[in-house]
Ligand binder design. Structure first.
Ligand code: AR6
Length: 184
């Protein structure tokens, strides 16, 4: 499904984030930046060691204690089709009253701001926090779409945003939210 927010095309597709040809893809990482399962595992596996090398440098120089939840950093994308990987850390769901929604919004915003500052024109997001981190997908989809919409209304630097959902069910959840949030 495809939507228009200002001049930006927003697409909601089913697929694998590691196969995307957008300039940047987003990694749902953890604070260590040293890899993990899910999206993180797939990106490092397919992208190869150059991504981890750059993550190690970032840890050593910028974030010795780890990347805080809601922040984002950028690295090369190794052998992936994308040129860059933007690594962010979403919140771990713990019931919803621990600021999870604001932290999730911050993660999406940090990625968009970083992409924008680097002149990146197209970016693909996975559904941050809704796997290992347990964030309910219907709630997370609304935060993701509202945050991206707010950003795109204010800034016109990015031409294409793609939400890449792993399963058809997840795609349906995002499409339903997108029809409501992006169509008005
Ligand atoms: N392409 C697109 N989406 C995917 C892919 C893929 N290749 N693989 C999984 N998903 P998760 P989180 C979906 O767990 O919840 C890692 O170990 C998945 O179905 O990757 O933010 C990190 O190192 C789910 O809907 O990210 C952290 O420790 C969504 O992507 C932790 O998991 C996010 O699932 C982060 O957890």
């Amino acid at each position: 499904m495809e939507f228009k927010v200002g001049r930006t095309v927003v697409r909601v597709i089913q697929g694998d984030i590691t196969e995307q040809e957008t300039e940047a893809i987003v990694n749902a990482a953890n604070p260590t930046l040293m890899g993990g399962g899910g999206v993180d595992g797939a990106i490092h596996r397919k992208g190869g060691p150059s991504i981890l090398e750059e993550c190690k440098k970032i840890r050593a120089t910028q974030y010795p204690k780890g990347l805080p939840t809601g922040k984002a950093v950028i690295t090369n994308a190794g052998r992936l089709k994308a040129k860059y990987v933007i690594h962010t850390v979403g919140p771990i769901w713990s019931g919803g009253d621990r600021g999870e929604a604001e932290l999730l919004a911050e993660a999406y915003r940090s990625c968009l701001e970083l992409a924008s500052s680097k002149g990146i024109k197209s970016i693909a997001f996975p559904s941050i926090s809704t796997g290992a981190y347990g964030y309910p997908i219907s709630k997370a989809s609304r935060v993701a779409l509202e945050t991206v919409k707010d950003f795109l209304i204010k800034e016109h630097t990015i031409n294409e945003v793609v939400f890449v959902l792993f399963s058809r069910e997840d795609q349906k959840v995002y499409e339903k939210a997108a029809e409501e949030i992006l169509s008005k």
